[in-house]
Write a protein that binds this ligand. Structure first.
Ligand SMILES: [Zn+2]
Length: 160
């Protein structure tokens, strides 16, 4: 079965930057699962998945514009430290999560004060050219429920 619109795909991946540093890796025991054609992946990655089958291994390189965008220089903001989630004691360089009107955003801590913290709203992978090494584990038809929700359920997918 080929990957196309409305198929649920399980895959393992390794994400590296242009200097070959591994940034992220899926857990072999719990592959990622997503519903193809519903904007659940980075656009360039989803486009590269199209037409592949179980057992296919391939690599795709995404420029920053196709991945997490260029680094914006004006993305630093001072926020109350209580709005920063993910750790108790913050240090420069740590990644935290902030709830914004656009949803949850990953931010990088720039400076820590007693009540206020300066964070950088650029995504940690902004400005990076990313290489995804993909290993397709499974391709199946989506259920009606998955199509209605617009995402995959079960192993590697949404649980709710
Ligand atoms: Zn759902």
């Amino acid at each position: 079965m080929k990957i196309e619109q409305d198929k649920v795909v399980q895959f393992n991946y390794k994400l590296s930057d242009s200097a070959q540093n591994t940034l992220e890796e899926s857990d072999d025991k719990v592959p990622m699962a997503y519903l193809h054609g519903h904007n659940n992946l980075l656009k360039g990655l989803e486009a590269a998945m199209e037409g592949h089958e179980v057992g296919d291994k391939f690599s795709v390189i995404l420029e920053p514009a196709e991945a997490y965008g260029e680094i914006r220089p004006d993305a630093e903001q001072r926020i109350p430290v209580k709005h920063l989630h993910g750790a108790k004691n913050w240090k420069k360089g740590m990644i935290g999560v902030v709830q914004t009107e656009q949803g949850r955003r990953q931010v990088t801590v720039v400076k820590v004060g007693k009540f206020m913290v300066t964070v950088d709203f650029n995504h940690p992978f902004a400005g990076k050219t990313l290489t995804f090494d993909v290993d397709v584990i499974d391709v199946r038809e989506a259920t009606n429920e998955e199509l209605a929700h617009g995402h995959a359920h079960g192993v590697g997918g949404h649980h709710h």
